[in-house]
Design a protein. Structure first.
Length: 132
């Protein structure tokens, strides 16, 4: 029974790390509006130049940091599975919440909707981990 719960926690932790790696989707998916000749097109973050450089830097930081921390957590889980890595998950969740606030304030509807879905999945996994 105890071994089964431990295996479930490890699996949930790995899934949680994979959701952190999923933050890379905000860079490669066309989620940001670009106005060209009166039309609005969706572009990736690489092509998005309709905003200031400061705001673009914040986007890059808020989307790359969870990917790096998620990879770090997967690495830590692989090396020392018994190690408690919940602090990395908490930091990533806080970064994702900040990214959601920033996306909503910036009126990036598609990216904000995807971030809400990502946070719902993360909260469900965190709930499963706390129950196990």
């Amino acid at each position: 029974e105890k071994d089964n719960q431990s295996n479930l926690c490890k699996a949930y932790d790995m899934l949680l790390s994979l959701t952190d790696l999923f933050s890379a989707a905000f860079i490669v998916l066309p989620l940001y509006p670009e106005r060209v000749d009166g039309f609005v097109y969706s572009v990736t973050l690489w092509e998005y130049d309709d905003i200031s450089v400061g705001k673009l830097c914040i986007y890059w930081i808020l989307f790359i940091l969870p990917v790096v921390l998620g990879a770090l957590k997967l690495f830590l889980l692989k090396i020392k599975p018994e190690k408690n890595t919940h602090s990395v998950s908490d930091i990533c969740t806080c970064i994702n919440v900040l990214a959601l606030f920033f996306l909503v304030i910036s009126r990036e509807a598609y990216a904000a909707a995807l971030m809400v879905m990502l946070l719902v999945v993360k909260m469900l996994l965190l709930g499963k981990i706390s129950k196990a």
